[in-house]
Design a protein. Structure first.
Length: 25
């Protein structure tokens, strides 16, 4: 998700950010 987070961050900051937080946690 870390890699996709960067690309998706521009497309869906809120949605991807939430998903990223779960993975990082």
């Amino acid at each position: 998700n870390a890699d996709g987070s960067t690309k998706s961050d521009k497309n869906s900051s809120t949605t991807e950010n939430n998903d990223s937080n779960t993975t990082n946690s």
